[in-house]
Design a protein around this ligand. Structure first.
Ligand code: DP6
Length: 333
């Protein structure tokens, strides 16, 4: 059997940072994200009868050329294949082919989209139909917790979950509720030096982490209300406060985790200047140096041009809110 799916990346308004169970990615607090339209991962999974040989994992480019994705990615993929294979009692080996629609050197988190597409294609190849809730659970169990939110489109909340089985995402609003844009400002093309996983491990060692946990519930309420009201002026200051606090926790963890570069600061200063000039753009950052700037469609061209001209910026990717995963007509392998 062979199955092919594509799944979106997502960008968090309220960040997942720190977990009760890191292997299964059960978070310490809820998070809220926007699903992206253009930044997606494609994946084909094929089953063969089990013959004792190892699963094969390939990066496949648009011409069909296969390359080895490297040991650490392959290990994470095979661990997830094992989890699904064992759960469903399948006597098969897998061949996986995957690629991203965005430049892999752009430093944009690809684990969320990649593991969601892998989960869907593996379930498809095993001929297993699961509910939306179960799909989010299986994506999360890959260990890339933010994958739990990439299983659906629009605006998505992933709760803390009182039990493992209830720790799945749900839709707050569909993509067509609010056409919000994300100008992704790339200042660092090399992979980040400290993984999100190491950041989650270190987070509780920060003296600011407990305070963060106390502040998150109010922020979640504000973000939910701003999404409901399609109110960027209400959303913006909350998401800026939120990402700065996540990075404050990272920088004050033991060992400290620094993701910001000089160009990051230049972009953040530019965003503030643009606001002084009357434009409405607000920033967030994941575990990396790149900056995502949210704005309304009418101001997107002007904001993208200004950010592209900022010193230290490599490139900008213009994305926006988008739908959830879907089946692919053409297999990658
Ligand atoms: C800062 O553990 O989901 O992006 O496995 O690298 O995708 P990856 O990361 P994950 O942590 C995500 C951390 C974050 C915030 C967020 O997306 O909520």
């Amino acid at each position: 059997m062979k199955a092919s799916f594509q799944a979106p990346s997502n960008i968090a308004f309220v960040k997942y940072w720190g977990a009760r169970d890191l292997d299964l990615a059960i978070p310490n607090h809820p998070s809220i994200s926007m699903t992206l339209e253009k930044c997606r991962s494609l994946c084909t999974v094929e089953t063969q009868p089990y013959d004792g040989s190892a699963d094969q994992v390939w990066l496949v480019d648009e011409s069909g050329q296969r390359t080895d994705p490297g040991e650490s990615f392959t290990r994470r993929v095979i661990a997830h294949l094992d989890r699904l294979r064992n759960h469903f009692g399948a006597q098969v080996r897998f061949t996986v082919g995957t690629r991203n629609t965005f430049p892999s050197a752009a430093g944009i988190a690809s684990s969320a989209s990649g593991f969601t597409a892998l989960t869907l294609a593996t379930l498809g190849a095993l001929e297993r139909e699961v509910s939306a809730d179960e799909l989010s659970l299986w994506a999360r169990r890959s260990g890339s917790g933010s994958a739990a939110r990439s299983t659906m489109g629009g605006y998505v909340e992933w709760p803390r979950g009182e039990s493992e089985e209830s720790c799945h995402a749900f839709e707050l609003a569909p993509a067509d509720h609010w056409d919000l844009r994300d100008v992704i400002t790339i200042v660092q093309t090399a992979p980040k030096r400290v993984s999100s996983l190491d950041g989650h491990v270190a987070a509780p060692t920060s003296p600011h982490y407990e305070r963060r946990l106390a502040l998150v519930p109010r922020r979640l309420d504000q973000v939910r209300a701003a999404i409901h009201d399609r109110d960027l002026v209400a959303l913006g200051p909350v998401i800026e406060e939120e990402f700065i606090e996540m990075h404050l926790v990272a920088m004050s963890s033991c060992p400290p985790v620094f993701y910001w570069s000089p160009a990051t600061l230049a972009v953040l200063a530019r965003v503030r200047e643009l606001r002084e000039d009357g434009l409405c753009g607000f920033a967030t950052m994941d575990a990396g140096a790149n900056v995502h700037v949210f704005c309304e469609p009418v101001e997107e061209p002007q904001i993208a041009t200004a950010l592209g001209e900022t010193a230290g910026v490599d490139s900008v990717l213009r994305d926006g809110v988008g739908p959830g995963p879907s089946a692919l007509a053409e297999p990658l392998i």
